[in-house]
Design a binder for this molecule. Structure first.
Ligand SMILES: [Zn+2]
Length: 84
């Protein structure tokens, strides 16, 4: 599988994808909403990077902090061993 990504460099800048928390102010980022936080945790239990989620820096930071609190409360796992 050869990676040929010469063109389409402009796609990075073309359409600005707004983060879903900016787009929808009613969405609350909280350690209690574990269902929502699960979407930002990979199947290995890692926090998904901002370039993947499309969140803005502010909201990604809020999500990351909420996940860390949720992990402490055992709502979100630190690592999922059974996926290995
Ligand atoms: Zn945002």
């Amino acid at each position: 599988m050869a990676k040929k990504r010469m063109k389409k460099k402009s796609s990075k800048f073309g359409r600005k994808k707004k983060c879903r928390f900016c787009a929808n102010p009613n969405l609350e980022i909280s350690y209690k909403s574990e269902r929502m936080l699960q979407r930002y945790v990979s199947d290995r239990g890692k926090i998904v990077a901002r370039r993947v989620t499309g969140n803005c820096a502010k909201h990604q930071r809020m999500v990351a902090n909420s996940i860390k609190v949720a992990r402490f409360l055992a709502l979100v796992p630190y690592v999922r061993e059974h996926y290995r």
